[in-house]
Design a protein around this ligand. Structure first.
Ligand SMILES: [Zn+2]
Length: 72
């Protein structure tokens, strides 16, 4: 598959983002782990699971490529 963030090919090794539903490569995952909101995200995700909310998305647009602003 391809990383949802940086388009790197990650055949065997990919991760689900903590911030949203993206599937991301190892590099993007370590970027997440260094994010200033990472701890808050993990805590919020944990609370959501306790509520039974398994589709919790801390930040739906986190890491989204900014395609639609400049091209054309
Ligand atoms: Zn990536």
């Amino acid at each position: 598959m391809q990383c949802d963030r940086c388009d790197a090919i990650c055949e065997k090794e990919f991760y689900y983002s903590w911030f949203n539903a993206d599937r991301i490569c190892k590099k993007c995952r370590s970027l997440e782990e260094g994010d200033e909101n990472y701890a808050a995200c993990r805590a919020a995700e944990h609370e959501a699971v306790l509520r039974g909310d398994y589709n919790f998305s801390f930040s739906a647009n986190y890491g989204k490529k900014k395609k639609d602003s400049s091209n054309d």
